[in-house]
Design a protein around this ligand. Structure first.
Ligand code: GLA
Length: 384
């Protein structure tokens, strides 16, 4: 029973606005749940080539990532060559000698999807050819190569507002090929306000680094915008750094749990051809992935934020999830009040998603939890 369900005041407010009349909205049917896959940037930067991408496609399948849902294999910046005389984009012939079409065919033959990168500016961030002014040509080229996902960056542009400059949406729609459209303007012009009309996801901050401080500072900036995420359009706090840098396992668990529960895209960024055993186990946890891929598509919201810990909670299609995030550098006791933090009453069945074990049934909060880890994810369901 929901706490406030007996109070039923309904106010119907009709607001008629003309601001979107005549403008296509994004109706590509994609991203009903957040995208999952791998992207080259966090680990490899500009050092990408055909062998790396093929090897990564093989690894996505052989280590079980693809079966767990990681289907997109996304090239980031630095695949681009020059534009040809007709103005069409070409690929870097030194690093991709057989071209992107052949590579996409290989990736597809593994049962995966393939993503590419471009920029709503004259040059990409790595100063390769950008798409500004070439949107139709580039969208056609990407579609003809069999591309399924486009990350669209914001470097070296003409200074015009992002909301107008991200017209790649219309060019992609015009190709007739469903292409997931990932807006990457770093949260510059509050993309959560217009992003769902334009793209399937929008970056909410600048680039993530493989450092704990970077993860926590990005996290903090998600607090006020969680309600903008939903099926078809997701907040993107940037790609995962699990498996990179020098994170402890607890830090990786925290990063992964939080991104999953925020309904962020789950794009791995470590070298999955030689994956560390404990990181594989972590990102393949089916119960954490299920939180991210829950069909209701609602992000957790901050329910309490204090000096040493945060509590994030949110609804699932068949229950609720609560995340007790210990930010202190020592074990803590955190109190979860089912009524106050989750708006749940009655008997509540609780499961620990990392231990993958049922904890028991509880009637009413508050209940305290000892956290020896830096984070624990709790999933309650069956509340009656
Ligand atoms: C920007 C983006 C990154 C990455 C690089 C590539 O910094 O935010 O995610 O795509 O460009 O040059």
């Amino acid at each position: 029973m929901e706490k406030y369900s007996s109070i039923s005041t309904v106010i119907l407010l009709f607001i008629i606005t003309t601001s979107f009349i005549g403008v296509l909205s994004l109706e590509n049917g994609l991203g009903r749940t957040p995208p999952m896959g791998w992207n080259s940037w966090n680990r490899f930067g500009c050092q990408i080539d055909e062998d790396l991408i093929k090897g990564t496609a093989d690894a996505l399948v052989s280590f079980g990532f693809a079966d767990a849902g990681y289907k997109y294999l996304n090239l980031d910046d630095c695949w681009e060559g020059e534009r040809n005389q007709e103005g069409f984009i070409t690929y870097d012939k030194n690093t991709f000698p057989n071209g992107i079409k052949a590579l996409a065919d290989y990736v597809h033959s593994k049962g995966l999807l393939v993503g590419i990168y471009s920029d709503a500016g004259f040059l990409t961030c790595a100063r390769r050819a950008g798409s500004l002014g070439y949107e139709e040509k580039d969208a056609q080229t990407f579609a003809s190569w069999g591309i399924d996902y486009l990350k669209y960056d914001n470097c070296n542009n003409d200074g015009s507002p992002e909301k107008q400059r991200y017209t790649m949406r219309d060019a992609l729609n015009a190709t007739g090929r469903p292409i997931f459209y990932s807006i990457c303007e770093w949260g510059t012009s509050r993309p959560y306000l217009w992003g769902s009309k334009v793209g399937n996801s929008w970056r909410t901050t600048g680039d993530i680094r493989a450092e704990w401080m970077s993860v926590t500072s990005i996290l903090k900036r998600q607090q006020r915008i969680t309600h903008y995420a939903g099926p078809g359009g997701w907040n993107d706090p940037d790609m995962l750094q699990v498996g990179n840098g020098h994170f402890s396992i607890d830090e990786q668990k925290s990063h992964f749990s939080l991104w999953a529960a925020l309904k962020a895209p789950l794009l791995l960024g470590f070298d999955i051809r030689t994956p560390p055993e404990d990181t594989i186990k972590l990102v393949l946890n089916p119960e954490i992935i299920a939180i991210n891929q829950d069909p209701l598509g609602k992000s957790v919201a901050i329910a309490q934020s204090s000096r040493f810990f945060d509590i994030w909670t949110g609804p699932l299609i068949d229950g609720h999830v609560a995340l007790l995030f210990n930010r202190a550098e020592k074990p803590l006791t955190i109190t979860l009040d089912f009524s106050y933090h989750c708006q749940l009453e009655g008997e509540i069945h609780v499961r620990d998603l990392w231990e993958r074990a049922d904890i028991g049934n509880f009637t009413k909060g508050p209940k305290t939890w000892d956290s020896s880890l830096e984070t624990d994810g709790w999933h309650s369901s069956g509340n009656t």
